[in-house]
Design a protein around this ligand. Structure first.
Ligand code: B3K
Ligand code: ZN
Length: 889
């Protein structure tokens, strides 16, 4: 395997101006004719043309209409004797490939009888020989030919310019894309599909056609996605002045897809999971994911497609920015301000449970990495979610308007180009010359070059005589692989001070300084810095890192009383939630660290009272309550420890859940009854929050029933399951039974399967729920092995493989980490099995043991042995090899 280095970037030796592709589509053998006009890049020394290819059968190469000499260097097609000078020349390459055999789902493949493509990052080379790199941007014309009965719909990027009949029952369609693009944005789809069509007129008065293509029968499940698309178009124009630049914008859904969706120019291809949603089959979480993924891919049309990446090290240029944009979109779609805070908390929860561990583990990388072996491994939570946090800090530093100005300048400068993260941040700084960002740009850019999660330590001292409050903030960042020394970051720390009654204290830094209001962003740019607030009448409670203003760990010693004050009163919803999490985390860690058997009642009365107050609170909304009343995850608890015993963490958290269930029994009953009936299903955040709280209440009541043996609530849950008017309520009732280990769960699971057999996305939930259920005496692994024998299980379908295997290995630590190592053995078998046909999915699974070095014995040794077993396997893909090598390093 070759390591690719960012510093080795060199401009391409040739440019490709136009590409004329013709496909004779046949699942067994598809013929591809690629006619390109190329020219030498005059800025680069003359050299041979080297075209990337992978698993292609080469039939013919012609240069300016005549045969020519060429050779193959491995899979690279090399042409040495090209005309000298800067005149364009034409190359014609004729190849074939076998879409039906393409199990990697990269390049051209077949899913349920329909052709799809996936080219990002390096899949286009599996379709034809090409300069498969994002800085080569060309104009495409694409002709598709296929059997008309089997493939009535023929789609590619851009506009349909011609279609017609051919002999032998075949037909053709010709598409021309008016926009130049890198080849990773190429797409084609051919199959038997139907579409929901919507014409819209945008601000400029232009008409556009929006289409969502799905399999016949799924059309009524596309309404929500279409609404999300319409809202995305309106939002991008309103918030950032970015219009839809296409006459036709298409989304196509496929059930075989390695990830969520793909932003191919004008022809987005989506995992069905993020398109199809009806109240009967999709949960509130699904509805909200559909909205944000539709938005995300649409927003890429500007951030990614109009301006793209110079090279793949710049991936966060488009991904971090586009995640930030989809997060803002989802927040702006919320009617209530409290729902915005809920969305923010959910996003931070993802960051802290998935990205922080990545940043502390063997695969840690900066949001702009310096090296990679397989770029697919870097479509990571770091590039995406931490990347989005870095963009969010930019917005915090330059303000919302300043950010919009910066984006405007970025497009003025770079529209149509392939650029770098430096270009983006420079535009932001230049549009905001007096901002802290512009003044301290080199330091801010360390967020792009340094990996690892910084720790901000806060130490406060109140001086009653001086009526001053000084806050010392210091920062540090632990070494990450290949980066020992870290330079201080520029960290925006938004904070407020609260008095014991919960009232906000006006902020002032020094008596001659202006009043700062009750919420202020400090800029921490040194290793240690002290900020002194004046005119502070009583000792305050600090509320630091409001809204999670930077992706850091805040290390601060707050007493239980202070945390309870923040939980009860903080005007910042994020920190209010955070105070509750800190209280719970402290109790969990105490119980985990205690000698001997874990305590039977880890939760304190003060904590339980506070939770009761939140649950019964007349003003707080249900979604927020549900978040506060959900304990920190096992993964998050594990991250706080140097040595991790996953079984013990699981046992402690389960005990805490049971205690919370029993101590608040009457309150849960009230909460369930008060939130269960919501009338006709609406996916909005407020109704979703009510369903979420009803669902949590039901789970708690079934958990308590497990302890006291009463059949009442399990019976009610089963009834609720049967009567449910939507998937959220039905699924939550099922979850309540399964996660509390109620015997009635078996009945409900069987009914659920019978009700939804044939609906793949719902059956995925059925599998995932069982593989992710709390372990009771080691019962989950045998259940998982059994599920893999189920007639509906398909290893080759990524959604299905994820629903069973990932739900177990990645999302169920209490069941996966077993004393007998059987979970790890299962994992190594599956990594090897998957790697043989789909390296990308296998490499994701390979990440499940990333944090093995932190495990206590006997887990640690057993984990290392399992990883070594994978490493010993010959012919591993580059994808898995890179993950495993780094893990053992
Ligand atoms: N850009 C794609 C991800 C492609 C992943 C390739 N392994 C989806 C997205 O981020 O929108
Ligand atoms: Zn993206």
């Amino acid at each position: 395997p070759v390591t690719v280095r960012r510093e080795d970037y060199a401009a391409p030796a040739y440019w490709i101006d136009t590409v004329d592709l013709s496909f004779d589509l046949d699942p067994v053998k598809t013929r591809v004719l690629n006619k390109m006009r190329l020219r030498r890049n005059p800025d680069v020394p003359a050299q041979a043309l080297r075209l990337d290819g992978e698993e292609l059968n080469l039939a013919r190469v012609m240069l300016n209409g005549a045969g020519c000499s060429f050779k193959l260097d491995g899979e690279t097609l090399v042409l040495e004797n090209l005309p000298e000078g800067n005149e364009p020349f034409e190359l014609e390459i004729f190849t074939t490939c076998a879409p039906e055999k393409n199990t990697q789902l990269m390049g051209l493949y077949v899913s349920e009888g329909t052709f799809f493509t996936q080219c990002e990052a390096e899949g286009f080379r599996r379709i034809t020989y090409f300069l498969d790199r994002p800085d080569v941007m060309a104009s495409y014309a694409v002709t598709l030919r296929a059997d008309k009965t089997k493939f009535p719909v023929l789609l590619s990027n851009g506009n349909l310019v011609e279609e017609g009949e051919l002999s032998d029952g075949r037909h053709f369609a010709k598409w021309v894309d008016p926009h130049k693009k890198p080849c990773y944005l190429f797409a084609l789809v051919a199959g038997s599909l139907v579409s929901r069509n919507q014409r819209i007129t945008t601000r400029s008065g232009k008409e556009h056609l929006l289409q969502i293509y799905v399999r016949p029968g799924d059309l009524e499940k596309t309404e929500h996605a279409m609404n999300a698309l319409i809202h995305s178009v309106i939002w991008d124009e309103a918030r950032f002045g970015l219009p839809l630049d296409l006459e036709r914008f298409m989304i196509v859904a496929t059930s075989d897809f390695n990830m969520g969706a793909m932003e191919n120019k004008g022809l987005n291809i989506f995992n069905t999971k993020y398109v199809l949603g009806s109240p009967a089959t999709a949960t509130d979480v699904d509805f909200s994911n559909i909205e944000s993924v539709v938005g995300h891919e649409y927003f890429h049309n500007w951030t990614g497609n109009r301006v793209t990446c110079r090279d793949w090290f710049q991936l966060s240029l488009k991904e971090g920015l586009t995640v930030f944009r989809d997060q803002e979109f989802s927040m702006d779609m919320c009617a209530e301000p409290s729902a915005r805070a809920v969305k923010r908390i959910e996003d931070v929860r993802v960051l802290r449970t998935a990205q922080f561990p990545e940043d502390a583990g063997p695969m840690a990388h900066a949001i702009r990495p310096d090296t990679y072996v397989e770029i697919s491994n870097f479509y990571s939570v770091t590039i995406y979610e931490k990347g989005a946090e870095v963009i969010r800090m930019v917005q915090t530093l330059v303000g919302r308007d300043g950010f919009a100005q910066g984006l405007k300048l970025y497009f003025e400068r770079h529209d149509g180009q392939a650029v770098t993260c430096d270009d983006f941040i420079q535009a932001m700084a230049d549009a905001n010359p007096t901002s802290e960002l512009a003044r301290q740009l080199p330091q801010f850019k360390r967020w792009y070059s340094q990996a690892g999660t910084p720790v901000v330590h806060a130490q406060a001292a109140y001086d009653a005589a001086q009526r001053s409050y000084s806050l010392t903030l210091s920062q540090s960042c632990a070494p990450t692989p290949g980066q020992i020394q870290k330079e201080p970051y520029l960290i925006p720390v938004t904070l407020g001070l609260v008095d014991a009654t919960g009232a906000a204290i006006p902020l002032q830094l020094g008596s001659d300084s202006p009043a700062l209001g009750s919420n202020h962003t400090l800029v921490l740019n040194e290793t240690h810095q002290t900020f002194t607030f004046v005119n502070v009448e009583t000792e305050p409670v600090p509320s630091i890192l409001r809204g999670f203003s930077a992706p850091v760990v805040l290390d601060i010693e707050l007493s239980d009383a202070q945390l309870l004050t923040l939980l009860a009163h903080d005007s910042d919803a994020f920190n209010r939630w955070e105070a509750g999490q800190r209280l719970a985390l402290r109790l969990a860690l105490t119980a985990v660290r205690a000698e001997g058997a874990p305590p039977a009642q880890p939760l304190s009365d003060a904590y339980l009272d506070a939770m009761r107050t939140v649950l019964r609170h007349p003003q707080l909304d249900a979604a927020f309550k549900e978040l506060v009343l959900t304990l920190p995850s096992e993964t998050y608890i594990a991250e706080q420890l140097d040595v991790v015993d996953p079984q013990r963490i699981h046992a402690v958290r389960e005990t805490m859940r049971e205690q919370l269930a029993e101590a608040l029994h009457g309150d849960w009953e009230w909460a369930f009854d008060a939130h269960k009936n919501n009338g006709a299903y609406q996916p909005d955040a407020t109704s979703a929050g009510r369903r979420a709280l009803a669902g949590l209440s039901l789970t708690m009541l079934c958990l308590a029933a497990r302890e006291n043996g009463s059949p009442v609530w399990p019976g009610k849950a089963l009834q609720h399951f049967k009567d449910a008017g939507n998937m959220t309520d039905r699924f939550n009732a099922l979850l309540a039974l399964v996660s509390s280990g109620q015997p009635l769960a078996q009945d409900a699971l069987a009914r659920f399967h019978a009700l939804f057999k044939g609906d793949a996305l719902v059956i995925d939930k059925w599998f995932a729920l069982q593989a992710g259920a709390p372990d009771r005496g080691g019962n989950i692994l045998p259940a998982v092995r059994q599920l893999m024998k189920h007639a509906d299980f398909q290893m080759k379908n990524p959604n299905r493989a994820r629903s069973v295997i990932f739900s177990y290995c990645n999302a169920n630590p209490g069941a996966f980490h077993r004393n007998d190592a059987a979970g790890y053995v299962f994992w190594s078998e599956r990594v090897i099995e998957l790697d043989a046909f789909n390296p990308q999915v296998a490499a994701r699974l390979a990440r499940a043991l990333d944090r093995w070095k932190k495990l206590a014995e006997p887990y640690r040794t057993a984990a290392r042995e399992s990883i070594a077993r994978v490493a010993a396997k010959p012919n591993l893909s580059n994808d898995v090899r890179e993950v495993i090598t780094r893990s053992l390093a």
